[in-house]
Design a protein around this ligand. Structure first.
Ligand SMILES: [Zn+2]
Length: 80
């Protein structure tokens, strides 16, 4: 069963809940204060790993609008 990270809006505590994926959007109660005002945190978005520590000039990178999506990249931008 996968585990998900939640944050409580009442007490701002972070906690982990294991539940089946079918119940991912069901009500989740905060273990600290019992509030149901909780939100699941999206943690698998890794934008930072995309840049390999090399800073590229902003001018050449923004020339192609099709490359704004992470993972794609046209032939013009791949050669850069
Ligand atoms: Zn709470």
């Amino acid at each position: 069963m996968p585990a998900y990270n939640y944050v409580c809006h009442e007490c701002e505590s972070n906690f982990e809940v294991r539940k089946p994926m079918s119940e991912i959007d069901t009500e989740t109660r905060c273990p600290a204060c019992g509030s149901v005002l909780t939100n699941r945190k999206i943690s698998n978005v890794t934008i930072f790993s995309f840049s390999d520590g090399v800073r590229r000039p902003q001018a050449s990178a923004s020339s192609c609008s099709g490359c704004s999506t992470v993972g794609s990249g046209c032939a013009a931008c791949r050669s850069g």
